[in-house]
Design a protein around this ligand. Structure first.
Ligand SMILES: Cc1ncc(COP(=O)(O)O)c(C=O)c1O
Length: 394
C-alpha cells in the first residue's frame, strides 16, 4: 500500500490556485464568473520575449543547462540588478529558478532546520507557511496592523517573545496582499531590529517594478554591505514581464548558499527550461517603457477600484496600495453583525454573485478579503457592480 510521508501529511495546494481553479470550472460550465482571485497580469508576454524563446528553440537551445542557469543570463541579470537595485551582484551570487516561488523553496531548504523558527510579518503571502513547514521549521507571525497602514512597526513587537530558535525572517515589499511598499527609513529600522537578533532576511521583491504614486522600491540588500551579508534577495519576471507561466525567477545570496541551492536544484528539477532562460535574456534587456506601460494601466485600474471602494466605505475599509496589484479590504463591519467570516464571504460572493476573491484568513488575518485588479477594466466594473449588490442585499 502507498502511504504518505509525515512531511506532506498537512500539506495542501495553494488556496489561491484552488479558488482560481474553482472559478475556471464555473466558467467552463457556462457561468459568467469574474475572478479577482489570481495574482497574475492579464496582459500577454511582450513580443520580444516570445520571439526570443522561439528563436532559441529553432537554434537548438533545447539541451541541459548549468543548474544555476546559463552564465550569459546570470551576467545580464547581475548587471541589471547591480544598476537598478543598487547593490553589487556577480553572476556567481545568482541562481536562476522556476519562478520566485522555487527560489524561496530552495533557499528555505538550504537555510532552515527542523525546530527552527522563521518570522513572517503577517498578513503574508500564502505559500510562505507551507514552504517553511516543509523544512520542519515553524512560522511565527509578526503582526502588522491596519491602523498602521500595515507598515513595519518594530515598536509593536516589543512585547513579543522571539524564540531563541528564530533563524530568519521573510520580508515582502511591495507586499502581497496589502500593496504596501516599505520606505528606506522603515526598512533601516526593521533591518536594525533583525540584525540585533542575528536573523537572516529573505527579501521577496517579486513586485519590485509595480509601483504607484511615485514611491520607490528599496532593495534590502542595498542598505549596506553588512546588511547584504545577511540578505537573500528573491525576484523574477512573472509579475513585471507578464511571464507567470514561464516560471523564471532568481535568488541572490552569498556564494556558499547559491552553490547549495544549485546543488539542490540539480538533484531535483535540474534547472529552468533552456529556452525560457534564453527568453530571460531578452526580458532583462527590454526597455523600461514596456513595463512602465503596463504599470500605467494597472494604476488606472487601481484608481478606479479606489473610487468604487470609497463609495462602499460604510461596509469596508482599505489601505491605499502603492505597489503590486491588490487591495486587502477589511469587511469586519459588514461581517460581524451577520455572524459571518471572510471564508463565508468569499464562498457566498462566488456562488451568488459570481465574483471570485481570496479570503484574508489565507494570508493570516481574518475578516479581510484580497481583491486583485490584474483584470480588464470591463471585468473590474462588472465585479464591483456585483460586489456592491452583494453587500447591499445581504
Ligand atoms: C509575494 C509573492 N512572492 C512570490 C511569488 C511567486 O512568484 P513566481 O510566479 O515568480 O513564482 C508570488 C506569486 O504570486 C507572490 O505573490
Amino acid at each position: 500500500m502507498v502511504t504518505l510521508s509525515s512531511r506532506v501529511a498537512k500539506l495542501k495546494s495553494s488556496s489561491i490556485m484552488e479558488i482560481a481553479a474553482r472559478a475556471q470550472t464555473m466558467k467552463s460550465q457556462g457561468i459568467d464568473v469574474v475572478s479577482l482571485a489570481a495574482g497574475e497580469p492579464d496582459f500577454n508576454t511582450p513580443k520580444a520575449i516570445q520571439e526570443a524563446a522561439t528563436a532559441a528553440m529553432a537554434e537548438g537551445i533545447t539541451k541541459y543547462t548549468p543548474a544555476a542557469g546559463f552564465l550569459s543570463l546570470r551576467e545580464v541579470l547581475a548587471e541589471k540588478i547591480s544598476r537598478e537595485n543598487k547593490f553589487p551582484v556577480s553572476p556567481e551570487e545568482i541562481i536562476v529558478t522556476s519562478g520566485a516561488k522555487h527560489a524561496i523553496y530552495l533557499a528555505l531548504q538550504c537555510l532552515a532546520d527542523e525546530g527552527d523558527t522563521i518570522l513572517v510579518p503577517t498578513p503574508a503571502w500564502v505559500s510562505y507557511r507551507p514552504m517553511i513547514e516543509l523544512t520542519g521549521a515553524n512560522l511565527v507571525p509578526l503582526p502588522l496592523f491596519e491602523e498602521d497602514g500595515f507598515r513595519l512597526n518594530v515598536d509593536r513587537w516589543k512585547g513579543l517573545a522571539i524564540p531563541s530558535s528564530a533563524k530568519g525572517i521573510i520580508l515582502n515589499s511591495p507586499n502581497n496582499p496589502t500593496g504596501v511598499v516599505y520606505s528606506a527609513e522603515e526598512l533601516k529600522k526593521f533591518v536594525g531590529w533583525a540584525l540585533q537578533r542575528n536573523l537572516w532576511i529573505m527579501s521577496d521583491e517579486i513586485y519590485e517594478k509595480t509601483l504607484y504614486d511615485g514611491v520607490e522600491h528599496v532593495s534590502v540588500a542595498s542598505l549596506g554591505p553588512e546588511v547584504r551579508n545577511y540578505t537573500i534577495t528573491v525576484s523574477g519576471f512573472s509579475k513585471s514581464h507578464c511571464m507567470t507561466g514561464w516560471r523564471l525567477g532568481w535568488a541572490i545570496g552569498n556564494r556558499e548558499l547559491i552553490q547549495k541551492m544549485a546543488a539542490l536544484q540539480s538533484q531535483s528539477v535540474s534547472h529552468v527550461t533552456s529556452f525560457v532562460q534564453w527568453a530571460g535574456i531578452a526580458a532583462a534587456k527590454l526597455p523600461d517603457s514596456v513595463v512602465d506601460e503596463m504599470v500605467k494601466e494597472f494604476d488606472s485600474r487601481r484608481r478606479y477600484c479606489m473610487g468604487r471602494l470609497d463609495a462602499l466605505s460604510e461596509y469596508c475599509t482599505y489601505t491605499r496600495p502603492t505597489g503590486a496589484f491588490y487591495f486587502y479590504v477589511g469587511f469586519g463591519k459588514w461581517l460581524k453583525p451577520r455572524g459571518k467570516n471572510d471564508l463565508d464571504f468569499c464562498k457566498d460572493l462566488l456562488m451568488t454573485h459570481h465574483v471570485a476573491a481570496v479570503p484574508g484568513s489565507s494570508f493570516g488575518k481574518e475578516n479581510f478579503v484580497r481583491l486583485s485588479y490584474a483584470n480588464s477594466q470591463a471585468n473590474l466594473e462588472k465585479a464591483f457592480d456585483r460586489l456592491e449588490a452583494f453587500l447591499k442585499q445581504g
